[in-house]
Structures are given as C-alpha cells and as structure tokens.
Design a protein around this ligand. Structure first.
Ligand SMILES: [Fe+2]
Ligand SMILES: [Fe+2]
Length: 371
C-alpha cells in the first residue's frame, strides 16, 4: 500500500546524511571551463543548489526520486467541484453546535491564509534557487496544488455562504491564528530574495532552516494536524464533503513535506550544512507553543471526540515523526499518538467513496493505485 506519509521512499532508499568533511562548499566546474560545451549534461554534475549544469535538460536524472514525486502527484488529481457539498450546507446551518461552527470556520480561516503562504514560499522563494530541473518540475506542480487548495477553501466558504471578507481577514484579528502566520512570514521573508549566496555558510543555513520549517513543521505538522478537527466532525457524519476535500489536500501536503525533507537531506549531503541544535530547539518550541495557543482558541472546551489537549499532543507526536524523517533527534520524546485514526485519513483507500460522491463522471490518472 502506498504510504502517503512518504510515498516515494517506499521504494527508494535515500542516502544517509553524512557529516561534511570540508569547510568549503562543493562546486562544479563552471560551464565555460568545461572542455566540451556541446556534451550532454552529466547527472553526477547536478546539484540541488549552486549547480552549473544546463537547467533546461531534464534527464539524465540525478534525483529520480524527485521525478517520481512528480509522477505520483499527478495520480492525486481532483478539483473541489468534483465533491458534493450539499449535505454540508444542511449540516453547517442546522446540525453543528456554535462551538463546532467556531472550530469549522477558524480551521478554514487558518488553512486558507496558510496555503497562500505555502504557494508563495515554493513558487517565489524556493523554486528559483533549485539548480536541477527535476526538482523544479515537482515544485511547479506543488505551486499548482497550493493554488488548488486555496480554491478548495474558497469553494467551501462560498458554498456555505460564509462572510468572505471576515473569514479571510481573521488571521489579522485573531492573535492565535496571527501568531502562526507571523512565524511563517518571518521564515519566508528571510529567503524571499533571488541573490542569496549559498557559498556563504550563514545564508546557506538560513535557507535550509527556512525550507526545513516549511516542509517539516508548516506542511508536515501544522497542515497534517490542522485538518483533524474537521475529520473529527466527519467521523460523526458531519461536514463530510469538506472533510473529503481536505483528505485530498492532506495527500498533497504529506507529499510536499516528504519532498521538502528529502531535498533538505540532499542539500546536506552536497554541502557542509550544520543544523544548529539550539536553532532547531527554538523552532520546535516556538511552533509547539503557537500550536497550543491555537488549539485552545479553536477548542476552549472540547467538542464531542476532540479536545485542545488531543490536538497539541498530536502535534508533538507528528513533530517527532518529521524529525525521524529528517534524521535528527525527537523534539518531544514520549509524545503519544492521540488520534490513531488520523493516519487512516491519509492512507485510506479512497477510490470507492470518491467515485460514489463525485458529481461528474470522469477519471484522470489511469495509473491511479492507492494500494
Ligand atoms: Fe496546500
Ligand atoms: Fe503544501
């Protein structure tokens, strides 16, 4: 069965992170100094950053895992219009309690602002700095998917007749949402310029820690865990259309997190990057505190089957998993899995329900195989 938490690594073993052996950045021979300017690109010359091979030549691949991410991403093809939202309108207006409507609206408000940030991070700050085309091509797909996610939230907001201006502005007036967005904005601002010099160790580390934050925390924890309050409604038969939309988004997000983590590990193989333990500790602690405050705002009292304590503990549990993927020590040893069903939401065999609830009759991705 495809593991959507790390779909490509099921079959491909990544190289282990090895400590840097040289204080200097690995470089390749500049193009103008290469003896044969018309020779095809050699895969071994490619680099994630600071590569000097022809960016317009896709293959031979040095990073076949990146191309596989692109192929797999295209199997999760959908649009928000494919999913029937009729029952959600009834549920929202007639079945949800005020506390459940508060949860639903604020999850949407947080997610929609976050997905725009995620799109800008990859599309405007990260992708241009990649020097191998197979990496850029998956990230181009990722940019599209982040836009698709924003469309999905807008579709939910419109369908339910929510006040759009109020929802989109909520991150500016709710401190607990604003804090998470400010953390991401700060990381993004640090790398949102085209002239970063990766021969400078400080700039290289700034880029790596920012990308690590977005992949492992912002997408790998905050998004992954962020859908679960609505999945808890779905488990009680409520807001099933929205939840189905979020299941498709979740599949994309776990791939984004997996790809980002894989790319960071490759950067560390190719460059003398040292992840500062103190900087990592501060990142985890800041993000955990922000998530706890957010959970308490969402859930000042528990709703049936879901509490702020569940949400916060699950964040810590997922953070440990992302650390394992990165090959670094667990930030929250002993954290317990409080939502065992959450992984099922990511890995669930979905094609049966999907085509039952789909309002249009078409199928893309003939190779669609979730198992
Ligand atoms: Fe997204
Ligand atoms: Fe994403």
């Amino acid at each position: 069965m495809l593991n959507w938490d790390n779909p490509v690594l099921n079959t491909l073993t990544p190289p282990a992170i090895t400590p840097a052996v040289s204080p200097t950045i690995t470089t390749v021979t500049p193009l103008e100094q290469q003896p044969n300017l018309t020779a095809p690109v050699s895969a071994s010359d490619k680099r994630v950053l600071n590569g000097q091979t022809d960016i317009n030549q896709l293959a031979p691949f040095k990073y076949p895992w990146a191309w596989n991410y692109f192929l797999n991403a295209n199997k999760n093809h959908w649009t928000p219009l494919d999913i029937n939202m009729a029952q959600d309108i009834q549920d929202y207006h007639h079945k949800l309690s005020p506390a459940e409507r508060h949860v639903y609206e604020n999850v949407l408000a947080y997610l929609t602002t976050s997905d725009i940030l995620a799109m800008r991070n990859i599309g405007l700050a990260v992708m241009e700095k990649m020097s191998a085309p197979e990496l850029q091509i998956y990230q181009a797909r990722q940019v599209y998917e982040e836009a698709l996610h924003t469309w999905t939230y807008q579709h939910c907001i419109e369908t339910l007749g929510l006040d759009q201006g109020e929802i989109y502005n909520r991150y500016r007036v709710v401190p607990e949402i604003n804090r998470k967005i400010q953390i991401a904005n700060r990381r993004l601002s640090a790398i949102m310029r085209p002239d970063m010099d990766f021969n400078n160790p400080d700039e290289l580390n700034t880029f790596v820690i920012s990308y690590l934050f977005f992949a492992a925390v912002f997408e790998g924890c905050w998004f992954y865990n962020g859908f679960s309050p609505i999945f808890s409604l779905q488990r009680r038969g409520l807001m099933k259309g929205t939840a189905e939309q979020l299941q498709y988004i979740m599949r994309d997000e776990v791939m984004h997190a997996g790809f980002g983590i894989r790319t960071i590990k490759q950067i560390m193989v190719e460059n003398p990057v040292t992840l500062d333990p103190q900087a990592l500790r501060e990142m985890w602690d800041e993000c955990e505190a922000a998530e706890r405050d957010y959970a308490h705002y969402l859930l000042p009292s528990p709703i049936l089957g879901y509490s702020a304590a569940d949400h916060s503990e699950q964040f810590r549990y997922i953070a440990n998993r992302r650390a394992h993927q990165l090959g670094i020590s667990e930030p929250f040893p002993g954290a317990q899995c409080r939502l065992a069903w959450l992984d099922e939401q990511a890995n669930i065999r979905k094609e049966k329900n999907f085509f039952e609830t789909r309002v249009t009759e078409y199928q893309t991705g003939a190779g669609l195989a979730w198992t």
